[in-house]
Design a protein around this ligand. Sequence first.
Ligand code: CAO
Length: 243
Amino acid sequence: IPPMPKHDFAKFGEVETVAMSKIQKLTAMNMHRNWLHIPAVTQFDDADITDLEAFRKGLKAEAEKRGVKLTPLPFLLKACAAALKAEKKFNASLGNDGESVVYKKYVNIGIAADTPVGLLVPVIKDVDKKGLWELAEEANALIKKARDGKLSPSDMQGGCFTISSLGAMGGTGFTPIVNAPEVAILGVSKAQMKPIWNGKEFEPRNMLPLALSYDHRVINGADCGKFFTYLVSVISDVRRLLL
Ligand code: CAO
């Protein structure tokens, strides 16, 4: 790779140079490595979360009683766990020899969290075995721990898949970088009311933009199509989690 030229920004006006934190330097190194090593493809879709949001809002009083903040995140965790179980290539890693695929029998999902020291990815273990309240409590606790600078190395290890949600901040879409050795990552943007054609008329529906980046060495487009279609169907109708 040709080296980047050095620049003297101060030649053009006043500047301030601030050293990067340890976490920022680690993130930069990981992103650079993953960007260079992984031939990634990003596929997009929208999930209709009108019913999910009605269900979530209906649970607000109970959430308050339990002292839990119930955002769409635990629903996404549950839906992703179901999709990871259904499409096993997504719950896998490339073997150390680069010539085998390691399929995992556990389902651990990382949550990308913006913290004062940079991006941290705490991992919720055994997401497939946990209920919505337990996932909400654990996500709340791990995000707090991340923001308080109290995560232990084991809190950030063993992930099979990552969810990166910028939904609260806005944006219609972004292409997340695969968090190796995982093979896929889900980027979540801000839900918006959109006119959706129901066969007879346009109906206002709450649509959640999703972007799924995957490692094309392990996953093919057709695998992604199956995983994503299933994931979107579960998010759009969480009753499918019971099937
Ligand atoms: N669309 C619309 N609203 C959304 C939403 C979405 N996709 N996702 C969350 N919201 C709402 C929540 O419901 C909440 O509103 P209410 O209190 O009314 O319910 C509000 O936005 C704030 O949510 P939150 O951000 O506090 O919580 P969260 O569970 O959605 O997200 C976390 C937690 C840790 C993922 C997030 O705070 C964060 O740090 N995201 C940044 C991740 C990041 O930096 N990724 C980039 C990685 S580089 O590729």
